[in-house]
Design a protein. Structure first.
Length: 720
């Protein structure tokens, strides 16, 4: 046998054919090379119940090392082509599918030639469906192979970011310290590990002396190790220690610290986590530059049990819609002490989600200028199976939904909150409230295309569960008798139907503007003729998103016919213009922080399925028929809507199939290229897309690809 493969039984349990469960935060498959070694290893990895963060370790004779490990990009269902050539330098190879307990599917096969590799890849792709394929080179380079641009290792990237902060973070203004520390970090704890507390204390001591205070709130610990550690620190006088005589819960312990805090600001730290160097200076800078600010939150880096970086949580600017589906703000959150005390601090009865409930209550009524996101990974979150949320997820999830239901209540009517596209995320069911559904006018541009227009009209008539629909088809010159007969038939059918035929060169914006003129609905839905409906409640979901305040535009999740993502929101500036992120990834791709599984705000959504309020249309004006006749008109409209204070929402709970540009044709063919280049240049000129800072996108992300990857910057991004 030329290759010995072993899984660590203490960390991985086989639950079925190619199915496994990680029992710890360090599951391992170890490959030991002998004699005749394979040139390539094909590895299949699929997540079952959580996003995975796989990593490869190499042993070249000195053992496995974290410093030389390689993080792998993972798209939910992934195939990795490991090229171990020349193999003589690698004694062993180890693959860790994840850094936390969870379920996954895994298998591997070996190839000794390019021919065998091609055969294995063909078999794997046909067997495993829409898997993303990645090349990973071990001690060599593939020959003439398209490869994913390598991602800089997270630990190296994080170290570079910290070095940048240490060089450039400004000193704290002395006036902020005239009355003592300006911020109090409160840490509730109970029987905490001295190892974790030492890590926390060390991270605090790396912050500027005198700028912050650390308050440890012991909630009736009974552990001799914890009590001894606290006693030693109390004698040193370096930190403040408060004690409850008995265990009263996290909320009570935290409120004890709030009552005794001396800083004007308060930040919360979990007992097993740590701060990142320079975060206090950067928070102080944000406060100085934004004196009206009442809340600040930072990015965070997720670590293993030893505080080694595993992945980032790069966050968008404040988004109430996203927060209603997931507590993406989480760590590090900084509150004004006076407001925190005024609202009564944390509440008991929300165990596992007490911080989420506090956020919803604290942020209610604050304006956008009073909430700032600091794009710096200022918090190190030790993600292990021992945290409350891991051990008591069901209870924490139930309490999160209780808090959301109360937050969004309508008078005496509580809003139902259910699972989103993941069981631990949330969907506020505005569509289940008592309500009157407004009329929706659906505008469909068309010309001929019998198979498409007949299908979408049938889907609207029979597959769409909405009580008040009006369909307006704007046709720029149909000659197909079947389509003309279909129009006539629809005109006398049960669905409110209007059509207008005006032979003309295709101009999407002009057809939409004409449709809006003819429409009578309070809401107007722009819909491509190449859309296919599969979920009868899709339109109710889109309409219910207008229950979020200031909503002007709502977009849907669109899939290609093969199930891959076509539209999960548009990032302005992606690719130098504007692009769909996660395009052509698998349909259930979670995205960063599982954002693609919940509603959220974007700067723009696609006009292939775009629902607009009449108030937004009246404020923003017409679609631009001259500068954006065919392309980018939807992006232009959304940008103008955002400028006027309207919210643009994308929802994954309205999912349709989009047979993209089935009738329009390719923008890159000879006939359309000049027009397309003209409209691209108009986008660059009007919105400076090359330097556009999209609030839904992290400044730490690359802009070259639809799947965002960490990028190094020569400066620290300012709070936004």
């Amino acid at each position: 046998m030329s290759l010995f493969v072993k899984r660590t039984r203490w960390s991985i349990k086989e639950t079925g054919p190619s199915e496994f469960r990680a029992l710890s935060d360090d599951p391992q498959f170890v490959y030991r090379f002998r004699f005749r070694r394979p040139l390539h290893i094909v590895v299949f990895l699929q997540s079952v119940d959580d996003t995975l963060d796989p990593r490869i370790y190499l042993d070249r004779g000195a053992g496995f090392s974290e410093a030389t490990s390689i993080p792998l990009q993972h798209a939910g269902t992934s195939i990795y082509l490991l090229h171990v050539s020349p193999p003589r330098k690698v004694a062993k190879l180890r693959i860790d599918p994840c850094s936390f307990p969870g379920k996954f599917r895994y298998w591997s096969k070996f190839a000794w030639s390019e021919t065998e590799l091609a055969k294995l890849v063909s078999e794997a792709t046909s067997r495993e469906g829409n898997a993303s394929i990645y090349d990973v080179v071990i001690d060599g380079s593939p020959e003439k192979r398209t490869t994913q641009k390598p991602v800089k290792r997270i630990d190296e990237h994080f170290a570079s970011v910290v070095r940048l902060a240490e060089r450039t973070a400004p000193a704290i203004d002395a006036t902020m310290l005239e009355n003592g520390p300006f911020i109090s970090f409160i840490v509730p704890l109970h029987n905490s590990s001295p190892v974790h507390l030492n890590d926390l204390l060390e991270s605090f001591r790396k912050q500027p002396i005198g700028a912050a205070e650390l308050i440890l709130c012991d909630d009736g610990s009974t552990s001799a190790d914890t009590i001894s550690w606290l006693s030693k620190q109390e004698q040193s006088g370096s930190i403040r220690i408060l004690r409850n005589k008995k265990n009263c819960g996290i909320a009570a312990a935290t409120n004890l610290g709030i009552a005794e805090a001396r800083g004007e600001w308060v930040g919360f730290i979990d007992h097993d986590d740590a701060l990142t160097p320079c975060v206090v200076q950067l928070i102080a800078q944000t406060i100085r530059e934004h004196p009206d600010c009442k809340f600040i939150y930072t990015d965070e880096v997720v670590t293993d049990a030893r505080l080694r970086p595993v992945t980032y949580f790069f966050k968008p600017a404040y988004d109430e819609v996203l927060l209603s589906g997931v507590n993406y703000i989480n760590h590090l959150s900084c509150y004004r002490l006076d407001r925190l005390r005024a609202i009564g601090g944390l509440r008991s009865g929300y165990e596992g989600s007490q911080d989420y409930e506090l956020l919803l209550r604290y942020l209610q009524g604050l304006g956008p200028q009073e909430i700032k996101h600091l794009p710096y990974p200022g918090y190190r979150w030790r993600r292990t199976a021992d945290s409350y949320s891991s051990k008591f997820m069901d209870r924490a999830t139930a309490n999160a939904r209780k808090a959301l239901s109360e937050h969004f209540r309508r008078g005496e009517e509580l809003v139902p909150v259910e699972a989103a596209l993941a069981k631990d995320l949330h969907r506020v069911r505005f569509d289940k409230l008592s309500r009157t559904w407004p009329r929706v006018s659906i505008i469909i541009p068309n010309r001929n295309s019998y198979s498409l227009i007949s299908r979408v009209l049938l889907d609207l008539s029979t597959k769409t569960n909405y009580p008040d629909l009006e369909v307006v088809v704007i046709d720029n010159g149909t000659t197909d008798s079947r389509v003309l007969e279909l129009y006539a038939k629809m005109k006398v059918g049960p669905l409110a139907f209007h059509y207008e035929i005006r032979p003309a060169k295709f101009n999407f914006s002009r057809q939409i503007n004409r449709g809006i003129e003819l429409a009578s609905g309070e809401l107007v839905l722009i819909l491509n003729n190449d859309i296919e409906v599969s979920d009868k409640d899709w339109l109710r979901e889109m309409v219910s998103c207008f229950d979020y305040e200031r909503t002007g535009v709502v977009g849907a999740r669109l899939l290609y016919a093969n199930g891959q993502l076509q539209h999960a929101g548009v990032i302005v500036g992606l690719g130098g213009l504007a692009g769909h992120w996660y395009i052509r990834q698998r349909g259930n791709t979670p995205g960063p922080m599982a954002r693609l599984r919940v509603r959220q705000s974007f700067t723009a959504v696609t006009g292939a399925c775009m629902l607009i309020s009449r108030a937004c249309i009246q404020a923003v004006g017409r679609f631009d028929e001259h500068e954006f006749a065919v392309a980018y008109n939807d992006i232009d409209f959304c940008l103008r809507a955002v400028e006027r204070g309207f919210r643009v929402i994308w929802t994954p709970f309205a999912t349709l199939t989009h047979h993209q540009s089935a009738t329009r044709g390719d923008d890159k063919n000879m006939l359309n290229r000049d027009r397309f280049d003209y409209e691209k240049e108009n986008m660059r000129r009007r919105y400076n897309t090359g330097g556009f800072e999209d609030r839904a996108f992290s400044p730490w992300y690359t802009r070259e690809w639809g799947v965002p990857l960490p990028a190094l910057l020569d400066h620290l991004p300012k709070a936004r």
